[in-house]
Design a protein around this ligand. Structure first.
Ligand code: S3P
Length: 430
């Protein structure tokens, strides 16, 4: 992509569906009894990888177009042994959540990812799964492919997670559906709770108290209907884009504002952003709102550590916001950024430095002294959010920013270039 300075962003529009909720709608819909209707599903590579995986395990999932799915659930014990390895592409959520589900099946399976996912840490799920009695083999480095043995009798555990990760929590809760007794997960910090919320929507009891979630194995899920809101993680690019681009005023419709996801709004508000939440409502158990954002001069802040897990996917674009803010922005407690689709501390610090920004990577975050951003050429390291963050950086840079290797934008945000041009980005796909 090549992104050039813009004179202002305008418009009212909806970004694609929430990735986390889309994955879970297919997983739980497949494991439920009855037919689950889904609308607003994210038709992008990551969520479609999950969909394909369940189709490969014998689930009939009708794709009705425009984000509508009809999932014919097979019940917790109705999945069939897949003929081939299950390939989930770039999607860490698919791999980690599926490893929990597959550990409870009566057949063996193999989970495979693309070259980037096959480098990401899987011991974080394999260690607790083995405490539950699962048998999963990884490479020596603790990475995929994962060979998962079926026919294991799982038992519930109480697990203190060493890192804040909704994927690990969700993996264990999903394995817990198949375990004898209670599975309890204690998190060091609250992370997104879509698995817990959606399990409840499917009539399964999950008890949560602060950062402790537990459920008892042996129940069943009842089909329901799911309206997937627009993804706040995709909306985040526009929240920052409109904030930093003079003469901007945009409204993002029907965005999910589950309180475990709204760290990006809280952080931008602390930086002085002009953001309003309009028409707040609850749809299918998830809070949604229309978000209006206008341009303004942002200020640097020390980002409170308790907001980090609630904004974990939004840091690439928040670093761009910091590059345009007055003064210093300091992020700490965000070491998880190093094990995302790329090492997002390193890739963002290097990219910003190459655009003349005073950005210093630290082991668990970054220190950015805001100022001007020059024109330049950036590597995305095949990371969708790095690519889109630098496209946003181009809106107010001193010239064009060229971002290389943007194919993976389609893992989470199909149509990014078209949607951003329609609201005033000066952007070209390459
Ligand atoms: C996700 C959890 C987060 C997030 C990812 C989606 C989920 O990962 O970064 O994009 O849907 O549960 P971690 O659990 O590794 O923090």
């Amino acid at each position: 992509m090549i992104s050039s300075p813009s004179t202002g962003l305008r418009g009212t529009f909806r970004v694609p569906g929430d990735k986390s909720i889309s994955h879970r709608s297919v997983m739980l819909g497949s494991l439920a009894e009855g037919v689950t209707e889904v609308s607003g599903f994210l038709e992008a590579e990551d969520a479609l990888a999950t969909l394909k995986t369940f189709q490969n395990m014998g689930v009939n999932i009708e794709q009705l177009g425009e984000g509508r799915l009809r999932v014919h659930g097979v019940g917790l014990h109705g999945l069939k042994k897949p003929i081939n390895d299950l390939y989930v592409g770039n999607s860490g959520t698919s791999m980690r959540l599926l490893s929990g589900i597959l550990a409870g099946q009566s057949f063996d399976s193999v989970l495979q990812g693309d070259s980037s996912l096959n480098k990401r840490p899987m011991r974080r799920v394999l260690d607790p799964l083995s405490l539950m009695g699962a048998e999963v083999e990884s490479t020596e480095a603790g990475t995929s492919p994962l060979n998962i043995k079926g026919h294991q009798a799982l038992k519930g555990i109480r697990y203190h997670m060493p890192m804040g990760s909704a994927q690990v929590k969700s993996c264990l809760l999903l394995a817990g559906l198949y375990a004898e007794g209670t599975t309890t997960v204690v998190e060091p910090a609250v992370t997104r709770d879509h698995t817990e919320q959606m399990l409840r929507g499917f009539g399964y009891e999950v008890v949560t108290e602060g950062n402790v979630a537990s459920l008892k194995g042996g129940g069943s899920l009842k089909a329901t209907s799911i309206d997937v809101p627009a993804d706040i993680s995709s909306a985040a690019f526009f929240l920052v884009a409109a904030s930093i681009t003079p003469n901007s005023d945009i409204t993002l419709q029907h965005v999910g504002i589950n309180p475990t996801r709204t760290g990006v709004i809280d952080i931008l508000l602390k930086m002085g952003a002009d953001i309003q939440l309009l028409n707040k409502r609850v749809v299918g158990g998830e809070s949604v709102a229309d978000i209006r954002v206008k341009s303004c001069q942002l200020q640097g802040i020390n980002v409170p550590e308790e907001l980090v897990a609630l904004a974990i996917d939004e840091f690439p674009v928040l670093f761009v916001a910091a590059a345009y803010a007055n003064g210093a922005t300091v992020v700490t407690g965000a070491e998880e950024l190093r094990v995302k689709e790329s090492d997002r501390i390193q890739t963002m610090a290097e990219g910003l430095q190459s655009l003349g920004v005073d950005a210093q990577a630290t082991p668990d975050g970054m220190i950015i002294n805001g100022g001007s951003v020059s024109a330049g050429e950036i590597e995305s390291f095949d990371d969708h959010r790095i690519a889109m963050a630098f496209a946003v950086a181009g809106l107010r840079a001193e010239g064009s920013i060229k971002v290389n290797n943007c194919e993976n934008v389609s893992t989470s945000f199909p149509g990014f270039v078209e949607l951003s041009s329609s609201c005033g980005f000066d952007i070209q796909a390459l």
